[in-house]
Design a protein around this ligand. Structure first.
Ligand SMILES: *Cc1c(COP(=O)(O)O)cnc(C)c1O
Length: 409
């Protein structure tokens, strides 16, 4: 019998913690860039589970790897060596700045590892209360340490006291980082492109300038690539658009295309900071998640999907630019690769509901930035479809330019 959406919703709302404001559909199946709900309606997915399903849904390579691993060895704890975790660490260290990888299960957890690493590094340099410089509008996750690093008062409200030791600066401004420095500073921690904060792309050279600043002071440069990493921006890691080596990079979302995994990569002076007994987690890097990640990385590389992400992102941004040229409600169209934002003058969260009705999954973040994070396996035709189907929704949404300007002034 086909499950009934109102019934699923009623049971879920009665029993699941009310932390999420969900849209009124229940999804039952995914294939490539298409999802199907319990009533049989299909949706084109421009969000990929929030930058998770870079290979689309149920990619055969991932499905095969997970299926095979599930029948071989799911989990044994980190008391023992396993081959998938070893191979995944090998891949990550070969393809990045990193010498060592700590595996965990989510973005917040990867960032907790980074925060603990920064504090150990600080204590190692004789700082008694190490501080980490973080950015306005940053998003680093919902656990207490990651939440304290997050620059979103709404997410923090009600959860004090938050851990101390974070100093906040405007994003993208190197002088602000210099000005925030104290004798307690141990690290700088930012996203290479802010995701939840509104697809905020910093000025060219920002990360290199941060690197130089960190080198001069003996601080760690730590980058949260939970959203930007694993090919989304057209490089394996977004920091690779500039010639620099960070000390710490955190990953999660897309690493295993939907199987929960996180990773905290360390190199340079951060390489050996996490020593025996300093940190740990039961599931981190278990054989199932690690095998899924290996299949993801292998497929992204072999299928040339990083280059595709760069090309498709340009194609989509160009298409949106043409279709929205002169549109007075639009502030900016920006992004890198398939991490795309259309900033509107006015709040536009209603667009998500209209898109849903039209069979499109999109997202609005920071209140008025339409965020597109489609799978990297899109065809050119699907990329054009994104543009063709989104434009009328944006045009329908916006009031006349004068009205938009008048109300935002
Ligand atoms: C999603 C996200 C996180 C949090 O990841 P979870 O897996 O939800 O804990 C952290 N940082 C960034 C940049 C993210 O986009």
């Amino acid at each position: 019998m086909t499950p009934d959406i109102p019934d699923i919703m009623a049971r879920a709302d009665a029993t699941i913690a009310a932390t999420y404001k969900r849209f009124p559909i229940a999804l039952v199946k995914g294939e490539n860039c298409t999802l199907t709900d319990a009533a049989g309606k299909t949706y084109t997915d421009f969000l990929a589970g929030i930058a998770v399903c870079n290979l689309g849904h149920c990619h055969p390579k991932v499905t095969a790897a997970v299926t095979e691993q599930a029948g071989t060895l799911l989990h044994v704890s980190n008391l023992y060596y396993t081959l998938p975790q070893t191979e995944l660490a090998g891949w990550l260290t070969e393809h990045s700045f990193a010498d060592r990888v700590f595996f965990c299960n989510s973005g917040a957890e990867a960032n907790e590892a980074a925060i603990k690493l920064a504090r150990l590094h600080g204590h190692g340099r004789g700082i008694d209360a190490p501080e980490i410089i973080v950015a306005d509008n940053a998003f680093h996750g919902r656990t207490l340490g990651a939440l304290a690093a997050t620059g979103n008062v709404k997410a923090q409200t009600g959860f004090g006291p938050l851990p101390a030791g974070f100093r906040r600066v405007p994003y993208g401004a190197i002088e602000a980082v210099e000005a925030a420095a104290t004798a307690q500073t141990a690290a700088v921690f930012v996203e290479p492109i802010q995701g939840e904060g509104g697809i905020n792309v910093p000025p060219d050279g920002y990360l290199s300038a941060l690197r130089e600043c960190c080198d001069r002071h003996g601080w760690l440069l730590m980058l949260d690539e939970v959203q930007s990493g694993v090919g989304r921006t057209g490089e394996w890691f977004a920091y690779q658009h500039e010639a620099l080596r960070p000390d710490v990079v955190t990953l999660a979302k897309a690493l295993a295309n939907g199987v929960p995994i996180g990773a905290c990569l360390a190199g340079g002076s951060a390489r050996d900071v996490l020593g025996p007994g300093s940190h740990g987690t039961t599931f981190g890097g278990n054989p199932l998640a690690a095998r899924a990640a290996l299949a993801v990385l292998d497929t992204l590389g072999k299928d040339g999907l990083l280059q595709r992400a760069a090309q498709l992102g340009q194609r989509i941004r160009d298409g949106l630019g043409r279709g929205l040229d002169g549109h007075p409600g639009v502030v900016d169209i920006r992004g890198k690769g398939l991490m795309i934002g259309v900033e509107m003058h006015e709040p536009c969260t209603d667009l998500v509901r209209h898109a849903l009705d039209a069979g499109l999954l999109v997202n609005v973040t920071a209140g008025r930035v339409i965020r597109l994070l489609p799978p990297l396996v899109l065809s050119d035709a699907e990329a054009d479809e994104i543009v063709d189907r989104l434009l009328p929704l944006i045009h329908a949404l916006a009031p006349s330019g004068d009205a938009a300007r008048a109300t935002s002034a």
